[in-house]
Design a protein around this ligand. Sequence first.
Ligand code: ZN
Length: 102
Amino acid sequence: MPESSGKSVPLHLEYRHPVGSDLELSGYLCLRCESNLDINQPEAEVPDRLLGVCSDCGSWYLIDIDPETESDIVVMRIPDAQELRDAISSTKSKAKTRADKA
Ligand SMILES: [Zn+2]
């Protein structure tokens, strides 16, 4: 198999699904501190994929809205820099252990 330039790492993602319509009306809430998220729409032509940023704790969220129903919403927290680096380094140390055994 040709080696791709992208690598992959297993991650645990916190999410909220389904999102109640009451939450949707009052604004999306941070899973960590329950503050309201500042919502950004990175792509003007894709209104069902949003980024949310918590102004209190700084967490980032991907908000995915089913374009068919507009009520099936997933709010998923994007791992922060430290979590990403921890996940990558734990994958590297596992790979090293496997190579040592072989
Ligand atoms: Zn927060």
